[in-house]
Design a protein around this ligand. Structure first.
Ligand code: 6PG
Length: 256
């Protein structure tokens, strides 16, 4: 039985410093993955916090430090909206990163939002994962080298919302979910806990005063994964890293 590793918490003075450190962390993870496994499979987070990190990764100071020809980009979740909609996670990633670095187009895997419905999108994306990772669709979940995640004010992560049926999904790799209580009020498609917890590394990026409460409740174990789904992210054989700014860390203290 593999012991679940202890979470690593690093606190940075502000959101800009956090974004820079997160970009450098991703660069290091990419290098390790390529050395170990010949490629880097990365699931991007949506929302606003990671946008600055994505933009820094595309800057001349950092972009050359990743071999983009070996990067395979996926999404941890998606709002069920057209990719042209500014609220789409793919739209944000394309603007901040994808349009600015040389990832081969065949190595970018958006969650489809033009299916019959979000449930069909989830099934399609699960098949996409099986093909991209070269694993049987009914076998163990694919192991991402790195899954980026955010923390919602209500403790959600990806599109795993408090009390949602998606939290109980212990077989499907991808599922759909009705809107959470936080905007935008649109249906979602999300990776499930089995996939998140199969990752070699889960990396949370958390900034701002409003995250201090959920960060405390998740990191101290006060909140269950039903109350705050971010508490359910504990890779069974991988690293769990929290990169946060001081405002979000107000109620927690790093171990060091
Ligand atoms: C989404 C994200 C979501 C996000 C959190 C935090 O689609 O909204 O995947 O899980 O990471 O809501 O969002 P912020 O970083 O904007 O606070």
């Amino acid at each position: 039985m593999t012991a679940v590793s202890q979470p690593v918490l690093r606190v940075y003075r502000d959101a800009d410093r956090l974004a820079a450190e997160a970009a450098d962390h991703i660069i290091a993870s990419a290098g390790e993955a390529v050395r170990a496994r010949g490629r880097f499979t990365l699931a991007l987070a949506g929302g606003s916090t990671p946008e600055k990190t994505y933009s820094l990764l595309a800057e001349p100071a950092r972009a050359p430090r990743i071999d983009w020809s070996k990067v395979f980009l996926f999404f941890g979740d998606e709002r069920y909206l057209p990719p042209e909609d500014s609220r789409s996670n793919f739209n944000m990633a394309r603007r901040a990163l994808l349009n600015r670095v040389a990832v081969p187009p065949g190595q970018v895997f958006p969650i489809p939002t033009d299916c019959k419905d979000p449930a069909e999108s989830a099934a399609v994306y699960a098949r996409t994962l099986a093909t991209a990772f070269g694993v049987p669709p009914d076998g163990p979940p694919p192991r991402f080298d790195l899954v980026l995640l955010g923390l919602g004010d209500d403790g959600h992560t990806a599109s795993l919302f408090p009390g949602a049926a998606a939290l109980n999904e212990d077989r499907a790799w991808v599922t759909s979910s009705p809107p959470g209580v936080l905007p935008p009020p649109v249906d979602r498609v999300t990776l499930t806990f089995p996939v998140l917890n199969a990752a070699y590394e889960a990396l949370f990026l958390v900034a701002g005063e409003k995250k201090a409460g959920p960060l405390h409740d998740v990191m101290t174990g006060k909140a269950s994964r039903v109350q705050m789904p971010a508490a359910g992210v504990r890779p069974t054989d991988g690293a769990l890293v929290w990169l946060v700014d001081r405002a979000a860390a107000r109620l927690v203290r790093p171990a060091s």
